[in-house]
Design a protein around this ligand. Structure first.
Ligand code: DX5
Ligand code: ZN
Length: 242
C-alpha cells in the first residue's frame, strides 16, 4: 500500500509565474489550484540579465494564497537578501550556489527561519558543487536553461547531472527534492523524471496553455506515470534531513 502513495506524493508540479500577466497576478495564481507550489522567480539584473520583482510582490502574493511559495532567487549576494523571503512566510527559498558566499550558513539561516533551504545549479555547474552540503538542503534545483528568461528550449545536457544528483540523494538517504527548472513541458517532463527529478517547474508550458490549471494536472499525470515505472528509491529519498 505505502509504495504507490509514496510515488504519487513524491512528484510535484510548481508553476512559474514568470510568463504570467503581471497586471493580473493574483487572478493568475488563483487560477492554479492544482499547483503544488507557486514558483516565484526573483531576478536582480546582475546575477541574470533580467529584472522581475522582489520582496513587496512576494509579500502581496503571500497575503492572497495559502499555496506553498517556492522562491527562486536569481540574485547576487543571496546571503544578504534571502532570509527576508523566509521571514515573509515563503515555505521554500532557493539561492544559487554560484552566487552564495557562505552557502552552508545561508541554508542554516533559512531553515532557522522556518523555510526549506534550496540550492540551485546553473547548467554548467557540476553536481559536486552541492555534494558536500547535502545534509544542509531540502531542495536542489537544476537549471535546464540558462537562468533569466522563460520559454527557452530545454538543455538535455543537464540530464546526466540530474541522474548523478539522484544517485547522491538516494545514497545519502536524505529527503531532498530534486527540482528541474527551464523548458519543462509535456514534451520534456518524462525525460526529467526518468533522470531522477521529482519536482518540476513549468512556466510558459502552463501560461501559454488554454487552461493553465489543466496543464498542471496533465504535467503531473505524465510525471506520476513515469515515476510509477521506476523504483521508489529512484524517485525520492527516505529519511528526513533535519
Ligand atoms: C528561468 C526561470 C524559470 C522560468 C521557467 O530563469 O528560473 O523558472 O520561469 O520558464 P519556462 O518553463 O518557460 O522555461
Ligand atoms: Zn525559476
Amino acid at each position: 500500500m505505502s509504495e504507490p502513495i509514496d510515488r504519487l506524493t513524491s512528484v510535484r508540479i510548481t508553476p512559474s509565474i514568470l510568463n504570467a500577466d503581471f497586471t493580473r497576478l493574483g487572478e493568475q495564481i488563483a487560477g492554479l489550484p492544482s499547483a503544488d507550489a507557486i514558483h516565484l522567480d526573483v531576478m536582480d539584473n546582475h546575477f541574470v540579465p533580467n529584472l522581475t520583482f522582489g520582496l513587496p510582490v512576494v509579500q502581496s502574493v503571500r497575503a492572497m494564497t495559502t499555496l506553498m511559495l517556492d522562491i527562486h532567487l536569481m540574485i547576487e549576494d543571496p546571503d544578504r537578501w534571502a532570509p527576508a523571503y523566509a521571514e515573509a512566510g515563503a515555505e521554500s527559498v532557493t539561492f544559487h550556489m554560484e552566487a552564495a558566499h557562505a552557502p552552508v550558513r545561508l541554508a542554516r539561516d533559512l531553515r532557522a527561519k522556518g523555510a526549506r533551504a534550496g540550492a540551485a545549479l546553473n547548467p554548467a555547474t557540476s553536481a559536486e558543487a552541492v555534494a558536500g552540503m547535502l545534509g544542509e538542503v531540502d531542495t536542489i534545483l537544476v537549471m535546464s536553461v540558462e537562468p533569466g528568461f522563460g520559454a527557452q528550449p530545454f538543455l538535455d545536457l543537464v540530464l546526466p547531472k540530474i541522474a548523478r544528483l539522484r544517485s547522491m540523494i538516494s545514497a545519502s538517504e536524505l529527503e531532498i527534492w530534486l527540482q528541474v527548472d527551464g523548458g519543462v513541458s509535456l514534451e520534456t517532463v518524462e525525460r526529467c523524471v526518468e533522470a531522477g527529478a521529482d519536482t518540476l517547474v513549468a512556466g510558459s508550458a502552463v501560461f501559454r496553455a488554454d487552461d493553465p490549471d489543466a496543464m498542471v494536472s496533465r504535467l503531473r499525470a505524465v510525471a506520476v506515470k513515469t515515476a510509477g515505472r521506476m523504483a521508489p528509491a529512484q524517485v525520492s529519498g527516505r529519511k528526513r534531513n533535519r
